[in-house]
Design a protein around this ligand. Structure first.
Ligand code: ASP
Length: 316
């Protein structure tokens, strides 16, 4: 079983599912699934073509966690690294220095011969120009437009893993780091219980350590739907009680027996593939304390394909 956040995970999850079917480990499957998203320049919030920060630079965050050993690696605010998820995975094998940021992470990537390239595409540069103008002229929030690919997998030997990758908030302050590379916030895996990933406003998700909370609840015996919803609801209640506004948050998780759960306070999509069922996209919307889920209709999938290829003037 392998599942990923947002429609953009479709091709990567399909690839990961094929790998799992031919005996690959959960760790290899999630890494390859995330790499596929990082490599596709029209997925505008991850890897190549990712959304620039306020200085028009693409700074990326990514992480990897192995649910058997709890080995964890991450990078944050890295530039010019083609596949942050692979660098994060490499770091997960280090006893010391498993989380590197900025120039230190880039130096390590060069020494280890990771592929480096300019991650700012012409399209992303244009998006930055358009959005900067709109922010100046019409008070629009610069931070609208983000999304993280987060993938969880369970392999045939019962091992679990998860990984994330994102360019974070559009026009974020240089050096800003969200939840995605933070162990327990953007992702967590423990093969004894399950794995979870989160997407949405990182400044919120990190305050509730929501991926860890979800896996911990599965460890207490909750099914994945209840676990993710309890984490989300108790966090939102707590913030509202304190008089704070809560931003967009979605959690995708999988239990150690392969059941998938989802919780969200905004419209969300995700992809699942299982041994006998090819990757499918599902649309989720909040519904009271739960969610409504439907398989994405063909028209929605076609509209998505069209939308990501539109000229930047029509998208941003
Ligand atoms: N969680 C990511 C961040 O805050 C963005 C997202 O998933 O939408 O960097």
């Amino acid at each position: 079983m392998i599942a990923g956040t947002w429609r953009m995970a479709l091709e990567g999850v399909s690839k990961g599912a094929h790998m799992l079917a031919t005996g690959a480990s959960a760790g290899d499957a999630v890494t390859e699934a995330v790499r596929a998203v990082e490599d596709y320049p029209l997925y505008k919030s991850v890897g190549l073509g990712g959304l620039p920060n306020g200085a028009c630079q693409v700074e990326l965050d990514g992480a990897f966690m192995d649910g058997d050993t709890l080995d964890f690696g991450a990078v944050a605010a890295v530039k010019d690294v083609k596949n942050p998820v692979s660098l994060a995975r490499r770091l997960s094998t280090e006893r010391f220095n498993c989380f590197l940021v900025g120039a230190g992470a880039e130096d390590f990537a060069r020494v280890e011969l990771f592929e480096m390239c300019n991650m700012l595409t012409e399209r992303a540069k244009r998006a930055f120009e358009i959005r900067s103008r709109k922010v100046r002229e019409s008070n629009l929030s610069p931070y609208d437009g983000h999304d993280t690919v987060g993938v969880v997998a369970l392999d045939s030997s019962g091992s679990m893993a998860c990984a994330t990758s994102t360019s974070g908030l559009f026009m974020k302050r240089p050096g800003r780091v969200g939840d995605s590379p933070l162990c327990g916030s953007g992702l967590y895996a423990d093969s004894r219980f399950g794995a979870a990933v989160a997407t949405g406003l990182g400044e919120e998700i990190m305050k509730g350590v929501l991926s860890y909370e979800t896996v911990r609840s599965m460890g207490e015996g909750l099914d994945p739907d209840s676990a993710s919803r309890r984490s989300l609801k108790s966090f939102i209640d707590r913030r509202i009680q304190a008089g704070r506004r809560v931003g967009a948050i979605s959690i995708l998780c999988c239990s150690r027996d392969g059941r998938v759960g989802v919780a969200t306070n905004v419209e969300f999509s995700f992809v699942i593939a299982r041994r006998d069922s090819p990757a499918k996209v599902y649309l989720v919307s909040p519904d009271g304390d739960g969610v409504k889920i439907q398989e994405a209709p063909v028209e929605w999938l076609e509209a998505y394909e069209r939308r990501i290829k539109l000229p930047p003037e029509e998208v941003f």
